[in-house]
Structure formats: structure tokens, C-alpha cells
Design a protein around this ligand. Structure first.
Ligand SMILES: Cc1cc2nc3c(=O)[nH]c(=O)nc-3n(C[C@H](O)[C@H](O)[C@H](O)COP(=O)(O)OP(=O)(O)OC[C@H]3O[C@@H](n4cnc5c(N)ncnc54)[C@H](O)[C@@H]3O)c2cc1C
Length: 384
């Protein structure tokens, strides 16, 4: 009925399963060495430069990119397996996550040769990190309302404005900033928007922390005051930034991180279930696991089609919507079981993971596009 929603069924080949074993062995060793403690939402809050560098040494950042830019020319499905294992393990991957997931693919598609040669090899080594500069105080869901602007002066662009909710900008070296390079056309607000790479240590850039409920510093406000950027830092074509950044968002929305943010909590719940014979608990968990499996198949299907170069806004939006609902449901099931099953009480690790997941959960359905916006993309795409 809706051919643009059909996703292929994927069987992972031997190469993928071999890689899975390697990644698991690496993660087990790291756990044994005490390098990290599994966390929910580790792809946003698990920051470790050292860990990113270790992944880089193994060729596990930018692994699908061309070898001449430091990549390994491996398949999108191999990358899927790697990211799945890292998330399931709750490993600290936040430092390089955005550069690996979206900056690299964006530069490979739209960047100049000079940009690719300069940025990509250091990203693959786990040494260079990027932040995403989309949202502004008055432009979130209505992203085309951005007011940050760049004016041309000689060979430079002069940037003024501010970004908000910039994850990890205080750790990142660069930000790809979505901004206006010409005034708003009232007949087409998507025109005149561009993407420029900004060095976050440049004169005129101020990064202010916004603290989470947990007290953690994850978000930032980033202010640009007469920041000078050379014209060779423009990504793609001036005025085409809207289209470019929407393509970037398809990579952002469909990955396993939209399903697995609460996996360490689910796993700990299943570990604890060995102490109970409660049928209700088993049914609840059985349902969660079967839904997880279906969502994973969908996410795999999207990964396979993205590798073929397809544009998948509708499927990617659907995966994110269903995936983030699932992530929240894991929390609700654990909450219910902790209350009704005495054997679940006092399980410190379960409770720590639960508390962390509860505090992070409000962001699941906001980041990368809110549920309402995703549903509107799906409805419009299906002609509903
Ligand atoms: C954990 C996390 C990490 C983030 N990281 C980044 C980052 O690194 N870089 C970055 O640029 N941004 C980041 N964001 C910001 C995120 O992209 C925005 O929060 C999101 O796009 C929503 O924008 P807003 O917060 O301005 O909410 P608003 O757009 O003001 O929306 C408020 C509410 O109104 C609803 N709404 C708005 N418009 C409509 C409509 N037309 N129809 C129906 N309902 C509507 C929304 O669904 C929402 O529920 C992050 C957010 C979170 C939570």
C-alpha cells in the first residue's frame, strides 16, 4: 500500500558476525580493565577521549569511509553491528559520535577535497570532535526560523547569532553551523540557508554550559560575535544548506541509538529476573524483547537502504518515533516491577540505571526532531 515504507529483511553476513565477536572481546577487556561502567544514553553523555582514540586505533570510527580519508571502506551493516554493540554495552562513545554519524557522511557528500583531507583522517583517529549547530532559542521544530547569520566580507564570512542545546560543544573542536547567508524570502523560508564549519576556539565564540537535571554538563549555548571564518569552510553550496541538513538528519534519526539508549537497563532487568518466578514480569519483558527485535530489524533495513544512497525521511522518522517510545517503555516496565516485586528492591545497579534513564528520558522524544514533527513528516510523506 505504501511502497516507500517497505524495508528489506536483512541477514547479517559472516564479516558482520566476525566483527561483532571482535567488538565484544574488546569491550569485555575494557570492562575488566575498569575503563568504563555501562550507562544508559552513553552516546550522549558517555564522554571519553581516550576511549574514542582506542576505537580510532582499531579502525572503528568512520569505518565505511574511503581509505584515502582514513576510513576502512567497510559496509553500513558492519557499522550497524559496531554501533549496536557499543550501545548495548553502554560504552562511552559520545565524544566522536556526531562526527562519525553525520559530519563525516555530510563532508563526504558535500565537502571540498580540502575539507575531506583536513578533517576526515583526524575524525577517524578519534582525535577530532564535532558538535551540531542547528537549534536556536527561537528555532527548534521550526528550524527554518534560524536567525544566526553570516555576511560576506572579502574572502571571509562574519558570523553573528547563537545556538542552543548544543550537545558536547564544550568538548568539540568544530561545529557545523546552520545559518542564514541571505535574508528570509517570504515566499520560501528554506532558501538562503547555508552550512559553515566553525572552529569553536575562534575569537568571538563563547560556550556557556546549560546543566541537566542530573547536574551533568552536556548541553551548551554557543554564541557567535563577529566570528570570522574563511570562505573555504562553507559546506556544499551557499543557499543549499536546508536540503543538505535534512539529508544529514536521516542519518541522525534511524540508527540503533534511537532504540538502545535504555538497553543497559533492560539487560540488568533481565539479569535480575532470575530471582523471580513472577509470570506477569516475564510477559512484560517478553513483550519488550519482541518489540526490540522488530525495531532492530527496521533500523537494519533503513541502514541497508541508506547504504544504497536512498533518501529515507519517512522510514527514518518512523524508526525514531517507534524506537523512542520503546526506550521510554523499558523505563516504565522497570518502574512497575521495582514497585511490585520485592526481589527487585534494593538492587542497587538496577536502581542507579533506572534513575539515570528516568532523568534522561524527557529528551528521547525531543532530540533529533520531536515526535509531533516526525509524525507530521510521515503523514505528509504518505499523503495523509
Ligand atoms: C538530549 C538533547 C540533545 C540535543 N542536542 C542538540 C544538538 O546537539 N544540537 C542542536 O542543534 N539541537 C540539539 N537539541 C535540540 C533539539 O533538536 C530540539 O529540542 C528539538 O528540535 C525541539 O525544539 P525546541 O526544543 O525548540 O522545542 P519546540 O520546537 O519549541 O517545541 C515544543 C513542543 O511543541 C511541539 N511543536 C512544535 N511545533 C509543532 C508543530 N508544528 N506541530 C505540532 N507540534 C509542534 C513540539 O513537538 C514540542 O513538543 C537537543 C535536544 C535534546 C533534548
Amino acid at each position: 500500500m505504501f511502497p516507500n515504507l517497505m524495508l528489506p529483511a536483512i541477514t547479517l553476513n559472516e564479516k558482520c558476525e566476525k566483527l561483532r565477536k571482535e567488538v565484544r572481546a574488546f569491550l569485555q577487556n575494557e570492562r575488566k580493565a575498569g575503563t568504563y561502567e555501562p550507562r544508559c544514553d552513553s552516546w550522549l553523555t558517555g564522554y571519553s577521549k581516550e576511549f574514542s582514540r582506542k576505537l580510532g586505533e582499531r579502525g572503528w570510527i568512520g569505518m565505511t569511509w574511503p581509505k584515502k580519508y582514513g576510513g576502512q571502506e567497510r559496509s553500513a551493516l558492519e557499522r550497524f553491528v559496531l554501533t549496536e554493540e557499543l550501545l548495548v554495552a553502554g560504552a562511552p562513545v559520545a565524544a566522536h559520535w556526531f562526527a562519525d554519524r553525520q559530519t563525516g557522511p555530510l563532508l563526504l557528500k558535500y565537502g571540498t577535497e580540502k575539507q575531506k583531507e583536513y578533517f576526515l583522517p583526524s575524525i577517524t583517529k578519534g582525535e577530532l570532535f564535532f558538535a551540531i549547530g542547528l537549534s536556536e532559542p527561537n528555532a527548534g521544530s521550526d528550524l527554518a526560523a534560524i536567525a544566526t547569520r553570516a555576511k560576506k566580507k572579502g574572502t571571509k564570512w562574519i558570523i553573528n547569532g547563537s545556538k542552543i542545546w548544543s550537545s558536547g560543544a564544550h568538548h568539540a573542536h568544530y561545529m557545523i553551523v546552520l545559518l542564514r547567508t541571505s535574508p528570509v524570502n517570504p515566499n520560501n523560508k528554506y532558501e538562503g540557508i547555508s552550512q559553515i564549519i566553525v572552529d569553536l576556539s575562534a575569537k568571538g565564540v563563547t560556550i556557556r554550559p546549560i546543566y541537566l537535571m542530573t547536574g551533568e554538563h552536556h548541553f551548551n549555548e554557543v554564541i557567535f560575535e563577529d566570528v570570522e571564518v574563511e570562505e573555504d569552510m562553507v559546506v556544499g553550496t551557499i543557499g543549499e544548506g536546508w536540503k543538505q541538513s535534512m539529508e544529514e538528519l536521516a542519518f541522525e534519526r534511524s540508527g540503533p541509538e534511537r532504540i538502545l539508549s535504555t538497553y543497559p537497563l533492560l539487560e540488568e532487568l533481565i539479569n535480575q529476573l532470575q530471582y523471580t518466578e513472577d509470570e506477569h514480569a516475564k510477559v512484560l519483558i517478553g513483550k519488550l524483547v519482541s518489540r526490540l527485535w522488530v525495531l532492530r530489524e527496521m533500523s537494519l533495513g533503513v541502514a541497508a537502504l541508506l547504504e544504497e544512497g536512498k533518501t529515507l525521511n519517512i522510514s527514518a522518522s518512523l524508526v525514531k518515533d517507534l524506537g523512542t517510545q520503546f526506550e521510554k517503555e523499558v523505563i516504565e516496565v522497570v518502574r512497575e516491577l521495582v514497585e511490585i516485586l520485592p526481589s527487585m528492591n534494593g538492587k542497587t545497579r538496577l536502581e542507579v540505571l533506572l534513575a539515570e534513564a528516568i532523568l534522561h528520558a524527557p529528551g528521547f522524544t525531543l532530540r533529533g526532531g520531536t515526535t509531533e514533527i516526525l509524525r507530521s513528516i510521515v503523514a505528509k510523506g504518505l499523503g495523509v
